[in-house]
Design a protein around this ligand. Structure first.
Ligand code: ATP
Ligand code: MG
Length: 651
């Protein structure tokens, strides 16, 4: 970071939208918040009217805590809203997806192309016996047929359950069986960092113990050898190609389930989160339009998530298509063939809106500025972040090295359970503070409460809770009503408990502090993992950090830190001291890590989030808990052996 920017950040500099950005933005004043506050249900109904309905609802909201029904009596089809209506309106030739294969092959699919492919696939699913209400598992790489498969399910009223195409046979099997899926859509193999991941072999292993699956539809992508089970397995190119190019869309009830998505499992056994049709589509379309200030005729939008996560569902598929976006979709990893692949792609397609995760941003920081510097990134006008708290240092790096100090950075807080963005800036109206997700969106209410559930004043810190229903809220945990009540609605009466800690500053800005399960208690003080990690990442040599509390006889808990350095920096004992002092300087001596272990990598979920629960096991010298959701289990094993052989420094 430049000294000038660093100085600005230290002074608590804020970033107001520029005049140029404001001039062209959809929302440039705070009036919309007043509109929404004045009549929040009416506000949501107004957003819902942006969609095409076969029949309008008779009641906006039925709220029988904790069960919400939105746009009751309304009828619509999601795939029609995402495709047909744009084609009918004359936009059939607009590109929906510029798809970029990892090895450099490209495809562009227009809205007309998408509609034809979705109809064919929907007809193929019907031929294979899939009917309205059936669950269909999807286990694929990032190819256009993945959103096509999702939309084909939506078209016939089948409920999809996308399982990230990197999960193991065990994870796939568990998810298929929990949802009782009748069909599976997959592919032979997917490309990842130049090699083929044999998806079909994983499927074959999983399906041995999946009695409900009658049919598998297999896309040929990597041409690796696969075994096709007669009667069960069908090639996509054989079954889909000859289907009729029209398929009447099933008219769905607003409250019919659209999909089930299992949460990644950072905290425990995956839960099948159920999402609805009308409310879900309303909020994803609304948030995608206003948070990303989408101009469908001119913007090129790229969300780098995988469709296997909720971000891919809401902000690669449903939100962008409902809003007639032109998107980039990329198959592979950011370092293939080199670490500038994302920036080459931004330049190539003139991407204007770019949405990624802090874990990716910190990785790019670790790799260094030379990679973005190779490319012309001047097409960018807006940047977004999701998935974890973004450290101020990473925010500023993103703002500067990627956004050229020109693009607002919207930090978007939400969850698989919320379905859509809940807390975020509106880029033309909100003055940004690096590291803060700013304010609940118009229509959304969020508050911070204490242990007893009482609202904490501003400024103040505590638990993040959502006191009133929102259209895209989860409709339950698949097949487990009690778990829905217990997990989300039992801790604080009448309020949705998100599991995250947060605080407001004196201007009411929201700052997310990490999961409450991770919060540390040192000498009677609650210390947030996010704040200590951000202080560590603030040091110019540090790329990424994770901290956990470990039992300590004098302070209750002591802070154990795990730190990854940026390229060109080496660890030393003196540096450990420097870092500890750096944290003490920024937060106070109480937050000083007792031990710091340098490591090349941190244990992360397959969606890229730091898994502190396992680091806590390491620090406490306990048996490692469930590691099945880790992207690379060898990382935590190596950290464990190094941690045990290093003597933690004492104060
Ligand atoms: P699981 O619920 O299975 O443990 P998960 O919580 O990682 O998995 P997601 O629903 O993808 O699964 O992630 C939501 C969580 O991610 C939030 O509860 C929050 O902890 C974190 N998060 C997402 N976006 C932000 C953000 N902008 N700022 C801070 N935290 C965020
Ligand atoms: Mg969660």
């Amino acid at each position: 970071m430049s000294d000038a920017l660093e100085a600005l950040l230290q002074e608590g500099r804020t970033f107001a939208p520029s005049k140029e950005f404001r001039k062209q933005s959809l929302v440039s004043s705070a009036e919309i918040y007043d509109d929404a506050d004045h009549d929040w249900q009416g506000f949501w109904a107004h957003q819902a009217l942006e969609l095409d309905w076969h029949q309008e609802w008779h009641t906006i909201l039925e709220w029988d805590l904790p069960f919400a029904k939105w746009f009751v009596g309304g009828k619509l089809n999601v795939s029609e809203n995402c495709l047909d209506r744009h084609v009918t309106a004359g936009h059939g030739e607009q590109v929906a997806f510029h798809w970029e294969g990892e090895s450099g092959d490209v495809r562009s699919l227009t809205y007309s192309d998408m509609l034809v492919e979705v109809c064919r696939t929907a007809n193929a699913l019907k031929q294979l016996g899939v009917a309205k209400g059936d669950r269909v598992a999807i286990y694929m790489g990032m190819v256009p047929e993945l959103p096509i498969a999702m939309l084909a399910c939506a078209r016939i009223g089948a409920v999809h359950s996308v399982v990230f195409g990197g999960f193991t046979a065990q994870s796939l099997k568990d998810r298929i069986n929990d949802a009782q899926a009748v069909a599976l859509i997959t592919q032979d193999g997917s490309w990842r960092r130049g090699s083929v991941f044999d998806l079909k072999a994983v499927v074959d292993e999983a399906l041995i113990e999946c009695p409900t699956i009658a049919k598998a539809l297999v896309l040929q992508r990597a041409s690796n050898d696969v075994v096709m089970t007669p009667g069960r397995d069908h090639w996509w190119h054989e079954v889909v190609a000859d289907q009729a190019t029209e398929c009447a869309a099933e008219v769905m009830d607003s409250e019919d389930p659209l999909f089930i998505l299992y949460t990644s499992g950072t905290t425990g056994k995956p839960k099948g989160i159920v999402h609805s049709t009308g409310g879900y589509l309303t909020q994803v379309a609304y948030t995608h339009k206003y948070v990303f200030d989408l101009h469908p005729d001119t913007d090129v939008y790229w969300c780098t998530a995988d469709c296997g996560w909720v971000t891919g569902h809401s902000y690669i598929v449903y939100g962008p298509l409902a809003n007639r976006s032109t998107s980039v979709m990329y198959e592979g990893t950011p370092d293939y063939p080199d670490k500038d692949r994302f920036w080459a792609t931004v330049e190539k397609y003139k991407v204007s809106i770019f949405y990624t995760a802090p874990t990716a941003i910190r990785t790019f920081m670790k790799w260094g500025d030379e990679y973005p510097l190779r490319h012309d990134l001047s097409s960018l006008r807006l940047l977004g972040s999701v998935g974890e708290p973004i450290n101020p240092e990473a925010w500023v790096w993103y703002y500067k090295a990627i956004g050229g100090e020109r693009c607002p950075v919207v930090d978007t807080w939400w969850q698989t359970e919320t379905g859509a963005i809940m807390i975020s800036a509106l880029p033309g109206a909100t003055t940004l503070k690096p590291g803060s997700a700013t304010f609940p969106l118009p229509g959304i209410q969020a508050e911070i409460i204490d242990d007893s559930g009482k609202t904490v004043g501003v400024p103040g810190g505590g638990y993040l809770a959502l006191p009133r229903p929102w259209p895209s809220m989860l409709r339950g945990v698949w097949g487990d009503e009690q778990r829905y009540r217990d997990t989300y609605w039992s801790r604080f009466e009448g309020k949705y408990f998100a599991g995250d800690g947060a605080k407001t500053d004196d201007e009411g800005y929201f700052w997310l502090l990490g999961r409450v399960d991770d919060i540390m208690l040192v000498s009677g003080h609650n210390i947030s993992t996010t704040e200590v990690e951000s202080a560590l990442v603030d040091h110019p040599a540090v790329a990424e950090a994770a901290v956990v509390g470990k039992t300590d006889s004098t302070t209750g808990q002591a802070i154990a830190a795990f730190v990854t350095l940026r390229a060109g920096h080496d660890p030393s004992d003196a540096f450990v001291e420097e870092l500890r002092n750096h944290v003490a300087k920024l937060i106070g001596p109480i937050a000083k890590p007792q031990s710091i272990l340098f490591t090349d990598d941190l244990p992360k979920t397959r969606s890229g989030k730091i898994m502190r629960r396992l680091l806590r096991n390491v620090a406490e010298d306990e048996q490692l808990g469930d590691t099945t959701t880790l992207a690379d289990p060898s990382i935590v094993a190596s950290i464990k052996s190094r941690y045990l052989s290093a003597a933690p420094s004492e104060d």
